[in-house]
Ligand binder design. Structure first.
Ligand SMILES: CC(C)(COP(=O)(O)OP(=O)(O)OC[C@H]1O[C@@H](n2cnc3c(N)ncnc32)[C@H](O)[C@@H]1OP(=O)(O)O)[C@@H](O)C(=O)NCCC(=O)NCCS
Length: 149
């Protein structure tokens, strides 16, 4: 898929080094290349990357039975607020629907106002909370959000 000069394509384990570097630019405890490689190697995990031409952002999507879940999403700081995360999520929604999922879940910290605003504009709604879930953020709660198809 091509949008605003960005190309969104499926990622393979060969991309895990670039994905890990990008993840570490977005999170205090970014994921290692090995962790990402293992996830991408599993049958139920799909990686979607936005290239312009380097990797500007990616998400990992888990597809199990009729439930889909965004495992992580990150956009390189230099290229934020250009609609990259929105484009990735729109493609994830298409992919999840095509796989037969009935809903798409994700977790977001109560401290993460940018991501919460993004998910809300796409129609996600709060469905639960996990108190003290994010130890790296002084025990911030996780909000569980869902988009039902
Ligand atoms: C959250 C994140 C993925 C957003 O990526 P992005 O490509 O900048 O997001 P988009 O440009 O697609 O934003 C789409 C909409 O989300 C909302 N949004 C995004 N960033 C925002 C911010 N900093 N403040 C307020 N609203 C924001 C806006 O509604 C925005 O639309 P607009 O630009 O037309 O106002 C990015 O900030 C990031 O990588 N953060 C660090 C990692 C992270 O928190 N990941 C999510 C974990 S749950």
């Amino acid at each position: 898929m091509e949008q605003h000069g960005l190309k969104i394509t499926r990622l393979s384990p060969a991309h895990s080094g670039a994905m890990s570097a990008l993840h570490q630019s977005g999170f205090a405890s970014g994921w290692s290349r090995e962790a990402i490689e293992t996830l991408l190697g599993s049958a139920h995990c799909v990686g979607l990357g936005a290239f312009g031409p380097e990797l500007f952002g990616f998400l990992l999507l888990s597809l199990v039975a009729d439930e889909a879940e965004i495992l992580t999403l990150v956009v390189t700081p230099k290229h934020r607020r250009r609609g990259i995360a929105r484009a990735l999520l729109e493609q994830a929604i298409i992919t999840a629907k095509a796989s037969g999922a009935a809903s798409l879940f994700l977790e977001v910290s109560t401290e993460n106002t940018a991501a919460t605003a993004l998910y809300t504009t796409l129609g996600f709604e709060e469905t639960g909370r996990r108190p003290g879930y994010y130890q790296s953020e002084n025990g911030a709660d996780a909000v569980v959000m869902v988009l039902r198809f």
